[in-house]
Design a protein around this ligand. Structure first.
Ligand code: ZN
Length: 88
């Protein structure tokens, strides 16, 4: 099969679920909270071509970005991305 989008690596449901599981764990939010993730092109020359935008529909909503493709995100990336956001 020809890959029409070589810059957008395929993401399996398991990979998506794994990242969501880490988010629920690190943020300590209810598992019914909707989390949506999308891979976007990153134009920053110091970055890999893909970044992941994660919208967490908790109250208040929050959006975090990880400058990696979903398939490359690790638990440490999730912890770090959440820690960067200042708390109020
Ligand atoms: Zn970036």
């Amino acid at each position: 099969m020809i890959d029409l989008f070589p810059r957008k690596p395929a993401v399996t449901t398991e990979q998506l679920q794994q990242v969501k599981d880490w988010l629920y764990e690190v943020l300590q939010i209810n598992r019914h909270t909707i989390i949506s993730m999308s891979q976007l092109q990153c134009t920053d020359p110091n970055c890999p071509p893909l970044q992941t935008a994660i919208a967490i529909m908790s109250i208040p909503h929050r959006v975090i970005r990880i400058h990696k493709a979903i398939s490359d995100i690790t638990y440490a990336d999730v912890v770090q991305a959440i820690a960067i956001k200042p708390k109020d």
